[in-house]
Design a binder for this molecule. Sequence first.
Ligand code: ARG
Length: 286
Amino acid sequence: MRRSVVRTLIRPLAMAAAMTAIPLMEAAPVAADSVVVGGYPIDVSQAPWTVALTSRTRFGGTRAGQFCGGVAVTRTVVLTAAHCLAEEVLGAPPDRVRDLKVITGRTDLLGSEGAEIAVQGARVNPRYDASANSGDFAVLTLAEPLPQSAVVAMASSGDAAYAPGTEALVSGWGDTTGNGAYARSLHAAHVHVLADDVCARAYPGGPDGTFQAESMLCAGESAGGPDACQGDSGGPLVASGRLIGLVSWGSGCGRPGSPGVYTRVSDVLRVLKPAAAGRRQPHRKP
Ligand code: ARG
């Protein structure tokens, strides 16, 4: 979770200066700090639906193998980003990664609170398009149920939580600086849902991607600052107590004019629902 742009620029510089006794030459204007509100550490109880997606064999143990976020939508189903399960990331198809787990109820990745639950099945959205970043979600089935208190409701299309201007919370263990400083402890940031035309103008097409309103939504602050970042992918964007987005992509992190792009959860429901309806059919009498 990205903190204040200014603060993150100052801290590493200040630390470097302190360590090497080189005078601090450059710093962003101090006044800007007071108007930029960044991410902040939270206890997982404040966003209990946030889970860490982990594999220690693939990513090492220094951060419990965390590489993406996820969100519990039922006691045994976790949503994450499709791109988190790509072979470039995992080195193998997800069902071949033996120790793929979610960590629930744990603020500090190196703590022992909460539980580690094995991923039993992984289904990538069949409509996921890696080149367009569209349809960026996957469904994980867990070997054991999470506590009910960890589950968040999904906002269906038409839910007021999608309205531009709605305040939303994004949470994760991702980069807090934009420079690869992955958090050990859960962070969150307040962002606002942006209108689709604002996002379409921010991402009209280019190297970073094209905004597609049907399957994506944008959130951020026009001045930049609070945003999700690398390592937060797949994690939740929650507004009015309901899940509206999954961290997906963006141009940099927290840059003015480059909001965070999220997988639109109403589109997840639209893709998943025909399958659910199909499963119910055999039970129906003709
Ligand atoms: N793709 C990133 C990940 O894998 C998430 C990037 C989100 N970027 C943003 N500016 N909101 O973790």
